[in-house]
Write a protein that binds this ligand. Structure first.
Ligand SMILES: Nc1nc2c(ncn2[C@@H]2O[C@H](COP(=O)(O)OP(=O)(O)OP(=O)(O)O)[C@@H](O)[C@H]2O)c(=O)[nH]1
Length: 231
């Protein structure tokens, strides 16, 4: 596996950017995966994102909205990952069309809570429901979502058990990880790499479905024409 450090960072990324899936050759499959990182205030959204991108924990991150691009190579496939780190103030309060655009843009979601902050955990169930409903309205039935319990190093302040996190994820058909952005890189890697894989699987399944549907459609058209010709 090859990891490359961020290609670019942009605070003014346009949500109209539509990810493309291209196949340049059978051996080099290139895909793109758009991810939205969301969660309550100070749960470590930026810390987790920056840890994945740079392998570092820098302590303070500010609250600037950022989009990062990062190239991942997995099993002969290159995945260009775009990660949108949404500050809590915009994510939780903003009900505007900007929020809708963000959700449309995303192929998958990372929902972060802090294991020391029960309130940050409690908001996740309704959040997942809203995201799923929004994606279903766009005919995207199975949206990849990862729930992440962060700040695992602060176990003496724990307010949410691992079991609760796991059960929430299970009941909502999401992936689950408990990590410490402060202590280790591996957890962040698992979160983003796992989500990238799920997004690519979903896109390939969709493409396959569309392919089969279009073959069935053209065959039906041919048979319909033959029937008309023989009349
Ligand atoms: N102990 C510990 N502290 C963490 C961890 N992750 C983040 N922090 C700290 O938690 C604080 C908030 O981290 P951020 O990454 O800015 O959190 P955020 O969710 O992006 O914050 P907003 O976007 O402002 O809501 C910072 O002081 C971080 O240093 C962790 O795993 N363990």
């Amino acid at each position: 596996m090859v990891l490359r450090i961020p290609l670019r960072r942009s605070a003014s990324f346009t949500p109209d950017h539509q990810p493309l899936m291209e196949v340049s050759s059978p051996t080099a499959l290139k895909m793109e995966a758009n991810m939205l990182v969301m969660g309550a205030n100070s749960v470590g959204k930026s810390a987790l994102t920056v840890r994945f991108l740079t392998r570092r924990f820098i302590g303070e991150y500010g609250d600037m909205e950022s989009i990062y691009s990062h190239s991942l190579a997995m099993e002969g496939r290159e995945i260009l990952v775009h990660i949108w780190d949404v500050p809590c103030s915009q994510d939780w309060v903003d009900e505007s069309s900007a929020k809708e655009k963000r959700v449309q843009w995303a192929d998958g979601f990372v929902l972060v809570y802090s294991i020391c902050d029960r309130a940050s955990f409690n908001v996740l169930r309704p959040k997942v429901q809203v995201l799923k409903a929004a994606k279903e309205a766009l005919s995207q039935e199975k949206v990849p979502i990862v729930i992440v319990g962060n700040k695992r190093d602060l176990h003496h302040q724990r307010a949410v058990s691992s079991e609760e996190g796991r059960l929430l994820a299970l009941s909502m058909d999401c992936e689950f990880y408990e990590v410490s952005a402060a202590e280790a890189y591996h957890g962040a890697l698992m979160v983003f790499q796992g989500l990238a894989e799920r997004i690519c699987e979903a896109k390939l399944a969709l493409k396959k479905g569309t392919g089969i549907r279009s073959i069935v459609k053209s065959m039906s058209a041919v048979f319909a024409r033959k029937r008309t010709d023989s009349l």
